[in-house]
Write a protein that binds this ligand. Structure first.
Ligand code: SF4
Ligand code: SF4
Ligand code: SF4
Length: 279
């Protein structure tokens, strides 16, 4: 039987355990949790760990006979094996400390990981959360990708041409802002809605008007990379949680074994994943 987070080792009789923290959440291990992982790696493994691309920690070379003991140590410290096979993969989020966050999505990652850590799905399913349009966690090439967005208001007449929003080190990273004739304008095609310029501008010329979440679905990486399609834009974290719940329900009812969300969309169309069609 498939066991969540236990991968066959490269050596006969050994396994790799993929570990995630559900509290605070993977990618934010506490120092105590890191100590536990180091202790397990030293006592039961090779003394080394690997940080996976999906923000889990893999402890390799564990004797299969020691797995139960290892689990007791992990679980006593808020750590769990998971994120493998057809179980929901670890929900990734970018760093809550990044200056470009429209707002940090770490707490949303914790919520989703706790909701879905043990959920089995028809095919590989990953959720990636990005705090802004730079999409460092590859939200656009995930089965479900969330990107926080800022809507900015431009009050051109208030611009003093201080130039802070256009030059290093605080200036717009995608060169969407133009200053001219004592005025400022933002190129909507270039702007990735990170909202950073509204922190930089001290003259209320660039102001944060609102925030939202763009939801992309059907993306994938790997040998057949695919860009996700924009699914919806919603206002709150709770909306994101509700939309994902509905989407996973539909996906589970229509997908064939092993079929990822992007393949369902190709076979049945985007509407097949809409709740209204599933009651
Ligand atoms: S996606 Fe944006 S907020 Fe997240 S790490 Fe990258 S730059 Fe920072
Ligand atoms: S114009 Fe402002 S919100 Fe748009 S990308 Fe540049 S810094 Fe971000
Ligand atoms: S930071 Fe504000 S005031 Fe300064 S140039 Fe940019 S828009 Fe104008």
């Amino acid at each position: 039987m498939e066991q969540n987070g236990i991968l066959p080792g490269r050596t006969e009789g050994k396994a790799t355990i993929r570990v995630r923290s559900l509290e605070p959440h993977s990618a934010e291990f506490t120092s105590e949790q890191i100590g536990t992982i180091a202790d397990i790696a030293e006592r039961y493994g090779s003394g080394q760990v690997h940080v996976s691309a999906r923000q889990t920690i893999e402890i390799a070379d564990i004797e299969r006979s020691a797995i139960k003991e290892v689990f007791v140590l992990l679980n006593g410290n808020g750590l769990y094996a998971g994120s493998s096979g057809h179980f929901m993969r670890n929900v990734m989020a970018c760093s809550r400390w990044c200056l470009y966050n429209v707002f940090p999505l770490s707490d949303l990652a914790r919520k989703l990981n706790n909701l879905y850590a043990e959920q089995k799905l028809p095919g590989k399913t990953d959720i990636s959360l990005s705090g802004c349009g730079f999409s460092c966690t590859r939200s656009r090439t995930s089965d479900i990708g969330i990107i926080a967005q800022a809507t900015i208001e431009v009050n051109a007449d208030k611009c003093t041409e201080c130039t802070l929003c256009v030059r290093e080190p605080l200036g717009c990273q995608v060169e969407a802002i133009t200053l001219s004739d004592h005025s400022v304008s933002v190129d909507g095609d270039r702007c990735i809605q990170c909202g950073y310029c509204t922190n930089v501008c001290k003259f209320s010329s660039l102001v944060l008007k609102g925030t939202s979440f763009a939801i992309f679905i059907g993306g994938s990486g790997g040998i057949t990379p695919k860009e996700g399609l924009i699914w919806k834009s919603v206002a709150s974290e709770q909306d994101v949680v509700d939309e994902i719940a509905g989407l996973l329900k539909c996906y589970s009812s229509v997908a064939q074994k092993g079929e990822r969300i992007g393949s369902v969309i190709e076979r049945l169309g985007l509407d097949s994943l809409t709740e209204v069609n599933h009651g």
